[in-house]
Design a protein around this ligand. Structure first.
Ligand code: HCB
Length: 202
């Protein structure tokens, strides 16, 4: 599955998903098959072995695989008690990982409001107020947009919402120490960790 993503073969990705779904749970297939392939694409892109159009086609193949698995996600056993707003910061169009996190949180029983990518700080705050959210997930994939996570936290403080809303940050350039530095409640390395951290905090 990972190889099919790297070679941008959507048909092969779907065939591999079909084969795997009888044996493995959907979250496992996404994290260890599809996301693993996309991470490999990232590494090859960083080494200059792949170019942007290739990355875009690989991202499409990955998305097709995730879409195929949406109906297989385990049903949450309990009604949602906690509300999470999840989005990618302004200036950043990367949303594959963020969307996986939203799907996994949703199927783990949280009420999730995914506000998309390239999202201004004001939209994070408006959605948090509108939904009376208990947590916000803030994704940033570039060192140049990481600062956006800090800006959302600062806006929460200015609005007097910080005590009420837990903050989770994620995305390749984010780290535990960055999360601590900007005053986030946690950093999640992947979607499984995001679910576990949300369960711990809420
Ligand atoms: Co993009 N891109 N890209 N890109 N891109 C990165 C991110 C670079 C690191 C590649 C590189 O140069 N080494 C780089 C950023 C460098 C930097 O840090 N400064 C980069 C760049 C520079 C750019 C452009 C500027 C390129 C250009 O136009 N010249 C441009 C961005 C324009 C903009 O945003 N304004 C761009 C565009 C693209 C696309 C459109 C081709 C495509 C995005 C498609 C899409 O998302 N719809 C893309 C992709 C796919 C990547 C790489 C190759 C993969 C990202 C990805 O989807 N990974 C990435 C390289 C890399 O990350 N190593 C590269 C797979 C997912 C599953 O992992 O890390 O996103 P994830 O998410 C995980 C995890 O982080 C965590 O859980 C997820 C699931 O396990 N997580 C959260 C994420 N968000 C969370 C939120 C939470 O609350 C909790 C956990």
């Amino acid at each position: 599955m990972s190889d099919a993503i790297v070679s941008c073969k959507k048909d092969q990705v779907l065939a591999a998903v079909e084969k795997a779904r009888g044996e493995l749970e959907a979250p496992d297939i996404i994290e260890n098959g599809l996301a693993a392939g996309m991470n490999e694409v990232g590494t090859l892109f960083e080494r200059g072995k792949l170019f942007l159009p290739h990355v875009m086609m690989a991202a499409e193949a990955m998305q097709a695989g995730v879409d195929e698995l949406k109906d297989d996600m385990p049903e949450a056993s309990e009604k949602a008690v906690s509300v999470i707003v999840n989005g990618t910061v302004e200036g950043d169009v990367h949303d594959i990982g963020k969307s996986i996190v939203s799907t996994m949180l949703q199927t783990s029983g949280f009420e999730v409001h995914d506000i998309g990518r390239d999202t201004p700080v004001a939209d994070f705050i408006a959605k948090i107020k509108e939904t009376d959210a208990n947590m916000v997930g803030i994704s940033a994939l570039m060192t140049t947009t990481l600062q956006g996570q800090k800006e959302v936290i600062e806006a929460l403080e200015e609005e007097g919402l910080r005590d009420k809303v837990k903050v989770m940050v994620g995305g390749a350039p984010a780290t535990n120490s960055w999360a601590k530095k900007i005053g986030a409640d946690c950093y999640a390395e992947n979607a499984t960790e995001a679910v576990n951290k949300a369960k711990e905090l809420l």
